[in-house]
Design a protein around this ligand. Structure first.
Ligand code: ASP
Length: 582
């Protein structure tokens, strides 16, 4: 028996008990005639004591040969501590050691295994197994476990069945590049790793499973950002005989359950906002509504004077930054530089100070009088003491730019509070999205999404205007889930492929299996997928998903611990019939 107890469970009620513990040496303090070891395992830390009188000289000597992270087993008696530590559950006791066995030695770890470590990100990733011994990482993994257990519990109680779908498949378009896997047995052919199990979950509905879920890895070969991973986890769900309303209610229920069980937070019914409204009010299809600073469109009240920048713009739009009038001229100039950075891309920024005495002072006073500026304040909802920031230009671009500024100001003002949870549904997404470069339309969600009833005809005349039965669940400015009601008949699916630029042959070659299935009594169905990594990090009040993934990849998509991806040797390439041409 390696242990009778864990290192996190002994307290005053165990005093006098003989125990066996196993764990890692966190710390040794040596006072000469007495020494203490902090023994650590997943459950906590227990203090061990050795001294000349009560234990033995040999044991005390032995402690002097041990290094940090050595794995040991001890036997001893639980005794009351002289100086108690109220901050940890085991702080009232220590174990007077009578026997110590070294189970395994450890090299000196390359960084300290403490909550605040001296190791940088790279070294911690290389030795991730040591990093996982640290409390913050360990706690995050345990937190993730709790979230996924609650997800499973809730969905299972609602009658969802967990079904596994294959990883070696044919490409499913979800807007990214595929990772591919060569097939040895089928020369020259490749599997694709699923960008999501989309077509399989639809086929499960055709198969009559009715309610499906899976916590599943998805693979997308995209350029990585800080919060993206090439492989990530979805809570993937699908339901048959449902309308949008059924899906929204079911998954609003799941989200409320998680907020309550994990965070102890009860939220009201989630507001719903159309995509168009979200873009108009926040310039963003995943608006953070924990704070205001809503957009005020100023075309009507700013395009009647001689200011050409505004007159020639498609959209003039502003936000009122609370208390922003306290900014000095220099600070406003810095803010202007901030919006002009290539990452934001604005050409400039017009501002208007709202003075305490009710007057206004703008950077364009030459063109606008107090009455004009009063209207700006009215439209943007500005109060005395605020600063109105105005951008202008092409609708899509300027909205994105002002949205970036809104989020930045909220961050600076401390309005993005990690312990506040404000979910909402964004609905009625456009079905198609124009690719500016190629002039072609893409499916905004994916090609299996159904248009809103009665809009199919519009596809021929005005494709950009067609709305989809698609919805996103947004939490604190992040898209945490997205889905749609699907097309479930062959004709509509074929029409959709045609509009996405597939020839009949291409559609058949790639998705014949799905269209065939639709001919055998496919029920109306729809679903959603949540990004588990992001959901967990938001619930955990942190920014990066990497912190909640046991073995994440770095920004170049590498696992620096196992050193992947890696070259294949000649033998392997030959077996796969592959030749490299680099
Ligand atoms: N497959 C979709 C995605 O990964 C989700 C869905 O439509 O259910 O975004």
């Amino acid at each position: 028996m390696y242990r009778s107890n864990t290192c996190g469970e002994l307290n005053a009620s165990h005093i006098g008990k003989e125990v066996t513990l196993s764990g890692w040496i966190q710390k040794i303090r040596d006072k000469g005639f007495v020494a203490w070891i902090d023994l650590r395992d997943r459950y906590g830390i227990t203090q061990l004591v050795f001294d000349e009188d009560r234990t033995s000289k040999e044991l005390l000597e032995l402690t002097r040969t041990l290094g940090r992270e050595t794995v040991i087993q001890i036997k001893g008696e639980v005794i009351e501590r002289a100086s108690k530590n109220k901050n940890i559950p085991t702080g009232e006791i220590e174990v007077l050691v009578s026997k110590l066995t070294v189970l395994n030695e450890s090299l000196l770890p390359p960084f300290t295994i403490e909550d605040e470590t001296d190791g940088g990100e790279d070294i911690r990733m290389k030795y991730r197994y040591l990093d996982i011994r640290r409390n913050p990482v360990k706690e995050n993994l345990i937190f993730r476990h709790k979230v996924s257990m609650e997800v499973r519990k809730y969905l299972s109680d609602q009658g969802f069945i967990d079904v596994e779908t294959p990883y070696l498949i044919k490409s499913t378009p979800e807007g990214a590049r595929d990772f591919v896997v060569p097939s040895r047995m089928n020369e020259g052919q490749f599997y694709a790793l699923p960008q999501s199990p989309q077509t399989f979950k639809q086929l499960l509905m055709v198969g009559g499973m009715d309610k499906y879920f899976q916590i599943v890895k998805c693979f997308r070969d995209e350029d990585l950002r800080a919060d993206r991973q090439p492989e990530f986890t979805q809570i993937d769900c699908e339901m048959a005989f449902v309308e949008q309303e059924d899906i929204l209610n079911t998954f609003e229920g799941l989200t409320k359950h998680l907020l309550k069980e994990i965070k102890g937070v009860e939220v009201d019914n989630f507001p719903r906002m159309t995509f168009d409204e979200a873009m108009r009010r926040y310039g963003n299809d995943k608006p953070d509504i924990r704070f205001g600073m809503e957009f005020g469109e100023l075309n009507e009240v700013a395009q009647h004077k001689d200011f050409n920048v505004f007159n020639s713009a498609e959209l003039v739009v502003g936000i009122a930054v609370p208390e922003g009038n306290s900014y000095t001229r220099k600070e406003i100039d810095k803010l202007t530089d901030w919006v002009k950075r290539p990452q934001v891309g604005a050409l400039g920024m017009v501002y208007c100070r709202c003075n305490e005495d009710g007057t206004y002072k703008s950077s364009v006073d030459k063109f606008y009088d107090q009455e004009d500026l009063g209207k700006w304040a009215e439209v943007t909802g500005a109060n005395a003491g605020d600063l109105i920031c105005v951008l202008s230009g092409d609708v899509t671009k300027v909205r994105a730019q002002l949205s970036a500024l809104r989020m930045e100001m909220a961050e600076r003002l401390g309005l993005r509070k990690a312990d506040e949870f404000t979910p909402l549904w964004v609905i009625d997404f456009p079905l198609l999205e124009l690719d500016e470069e190629t002039g072609n339309y893409h499916a905004m969600h994916h090609p299996f999404t159904s248009p809103k009833p009665g809009q199919l005809e519009l596809l021929d005349t005005n494709p950009g205007e067609v709305k989809a039965n698609a919805y996103d669940l947004v939490l604190n400015g992040n898209e945490i889930g997205g889905g749609s009601i699907r097309i479930h008949d062959k004709e509509t699916q074929a029409t959709m492929f045609k509009h996405l630029g597939f020839t009949t042959e291409e559609a058949k070659a790639q998705f014949g299996f799905l269209m065939d299935a639709f001919q055998y009594g496919a029920p109306p169905h729809g679903g959603i997928a949540f990004g588990l990594d992001r959901l967990v990090s938001i619930l955990g009040g942190q920014e990066t998903i990497r912190d909640f993934i046991a073995f994440p990849k770095n920004n170049s998509g590498r696992d620096v611990m196992i050193d992947a991806p890696a070259n294949l040797d000649e033998e392997q390439l030959k077996e796969l019939n592959l030749k490299l041409d680099l």
